[in-house]
Write a protein that binds this ligand. Sequence first.
Ligand SMILES: *Cc1c(COP(=O)(O)O)cnc(C)c1O
Length: 393
Amino acid sequence: MNYNVNEKGYYGEFGGAFIPEMLYPNVEELRQKYLKVMAEPEFQKEFNQLLKDYVGRPSPLYFAKRLSEKYNTKIYLKREDLNHTGAHKINNTIGQILMAKRLGKTRIIAETGAGQHGVATATVCALMGMECIVYMGEIDIARQAPNVARMKMLGAKVVPALSGSRTLKDATNEAIRDWINNPVNTHYIIGSAIGPHPYPDMVTRFQAVVSDEIKWQLKEQTGNENPDYLVACIGGGSNAAGTYYHYLHNPDVKLIAVEAAGLGVDSGESAATSVLGKEGIIHGCKTLLMQTKDGQITEPYSISAGLDYPGVGPMHAHLAKTGRAEFMAITDDDAMNAGLELCKLEGIIPAIETSHALAIFEQKTFKPDDVVVVSLSGRGDKDLQNYIEYFKI
Ligand SMILES: *Cc1c(COP(=O)(O)O)cnc(C)c1O
């Protein structure tokens, strides 16, 4: 079984590029060039240098002693929360801004929901002196004021999406419209392992630095580069894709993907796409998608803005369908409690997205000798208000 993308842009039956004809030249240019550009020694050198000196990589792989004692297994945390801007998203935006430069683009557009990808994009645009326009739903602009302020301070223009439900999917539609109107000078930085081919593969390759580091760090600490389990939360699937990448074809390493169950998988307020989703097309690719009988996209719900997405990336749809990854769904309540537990046991305040991945230890029993690596995708600073309200702190 192949878990990487094939030449046609598919992971099994998922993926592809379902785009309006007007977008074809942009996506095709990217498809023809991305692997060649990424393979250039100069590109590699600049990418790795920025990951080291600007992002602060390698991120530590930390043995969580007290958490491990509590669950009677060996838990290692991959500390993406310590990256500049506080999450894994910067790995991808650094890669894509360098790609945009190589393609001769001068103007960057992005979509954002909670604002995390918008901030990561605005950051790299400031770094490279590029014009940056971020589309964001009007509702999200109101809900995520600190991130809107960050983007503005970093020099980005934040444009409200006023149509539909005025959230992420409407912002994505606006970004696509912009790209159609500005095909020559503009690159669209997509923020997760989603979108038309080659985006899911390109984003995965930029995030693959995570599993590349896990291999040598785990070898250094345990003598074996293979964990028994790799665990990551899934919104669109970029931190998971990066965490799994170098282990995808290693059957000794089991993969666990954690989705947001929201108020419960059957509550009607959920984002557990692998359970609730059916095949459909969203944002340019064929994947699993939460939809009504007539194919209208269902509004997802999760307490965590980063997991509140009605689809999953095509790689993850394939991992779910083939059984290569085990999918688990975690409710708001279980995630919040797991987040607070990490604070108390390890002195680390995780993003609420990440807290979903940590909550699996209450649901699944591991053996004392199992080595379980969890992607600590981001830090919880952005979620303080949510934690405060939830726990009445
Ligand atoms: C955006 C985000 C996620 C979800 O996105 P993926 O593409 O699925 O990784 C998870 N954790 C954090 C901290 C995020 O900011």
